[in-house]
Design a protein around this ligand. Sequence first.
Ligand SMILES: NC(=O)c1ccc[n+]([C@@H]2O[C@H](COP(=O)([O-])OP(=O)(O)OC[C@H]3O[C@@H](n4cnc5c(N)ncnc54)[C@H](O)[C@@H]3O)[C@@H](O)[C@H]2O)c1
Length: 425
Amino acid sequence: MDYQEGAYKVKDLSLADAGRRKIEWAESRMPVLLRLRDEFRDQKPFEGYKITGCLHVTKETAVLIETFRECGAEVSWSGCNPLSTNDEVAAALAKNGIEIYAWYGQSVEEFYWSIERTIDKPPHLTLDDGADLIFTVHKDHPEMADHIVGGSEETTTGVHRLRAMADDGKLLYPVFAVNDAETKWDFDNVYGTGQSTLDGILRATSVLIAGKNFVVAGYGHCGRGVAMRAKGMGANVIVTEVKATAALKATLEGFRVMAMDEAAEVGDIFVTATGMKDVIRGDHFVRMRDGAIVSNTGHYDVELNLQELAELSSDTRIVRDDCREYTLENGKRIFVLADGRLVNLAAAEGHPSEVMDMSFANQFMAHLNLVRMHKDGESLEPRIIDMPPELDQEIAGIKLETMGLSIDTLTSEQEAYATDYSAGT
Ligand SMILES: NC(=O)c1ccc[n+]([C@@H]2O[C@H](COP(=O)([O-])OP(=O)(O)OC[C@H]3O[C@@H](n4cnc5c(N)ncnc54)[C@H](O)[C@@H]3O)[C@@H](O)[C@H]2O)c1
């Protein structure tokens, strides 16, 4: 397709005003990113650079996109999940002249078509959540890599895969592992996923959480956040794991741990948060109680094997928005939320703005670093680059300051004491 600046494909441009109000709401809760916008608006460090992003089109992402643009970048965007685009926000971005191809309910073909449109004009920088854009460049347009300065990856599964690709010598340009920054992984995945997953389940079902057996598969960052919040609402939380240390942590933090075979028989509500495929599959579905609610907040739509559920079912129908009933041959009913896609984004609004503030401050800084290195003529080897730890302290420091909180500073004597190996006790 011929490239056209500011081109877009969204659901309905007339939704733009409602989208703008949502973006303004997010802005009022993202002080760190707005501070970066203010700091770099006049310098325009991204002038002459095109950033292509493939990340959930939410009101918070819109704040990031417009920050990049105000700081000089040309931006082109698509969503990274067919059910996570907010159509009002997408319309507001299109109306503001951002090149964007995103709408809620895309087919898989439309999803990849959208990614392709965002690289009709090759970017200098790529920004991913789940690595679909980077993989598209590597698989179908490897020649484009010569033009690309670098990229960034927002989520756990994306970083895992890109590290594997780099280890195999297949990565064609450097990528910042934004997910692994402390101010991202330990906040967004834990508190963001924790709250927004419960939000999604509630919007899709409106059930009482208190007193329910609430099964969380995976006790990593996301699973721990979900377990913590479900417990806070009075659920009896059960954790399933494949990693001994994670299972042990869950036990010592007060949760029951069991294998999914066992948990399937007692759970009322299930959430997967693992990054792994087929975590809940046919032999689990047949064991479940009548009325069980099943959802995923981990990777894409792979964690629940809905193909096997469909094969076990005699009937299926939509009973509420984002809630599909399957009637099994054995007569039991199972309710699957958001077709097994990320329930927090499909049925709710994704993470709260306050937590995305820090994740996206990391994204902004990752790309600023790439551009600075490029302008300085630094050689940018194809590798996964960790975010500098001092940046975590800077971002967390600004966050605390904007929350009106202050912390202590080590005295020079204390600093010397920390590394004084002759000090004894
Ligand atoms: N919903 C969202 O908005 C959102 C936000 C951030 C991350 N994610 C995604 O959530 C997933 C988890 O991310 P994380 O940061 O918590 O990763 P993590 O590595 O911290 O934790 C994943 C945990 O799942 C466990 N696990 C793996 N396979 C399992 C299985 N079959 N059964 C039970 N446990 C299993 C692992 O042992 C690990 O402890 C990733 O795919 C990530 O990309 C989603």
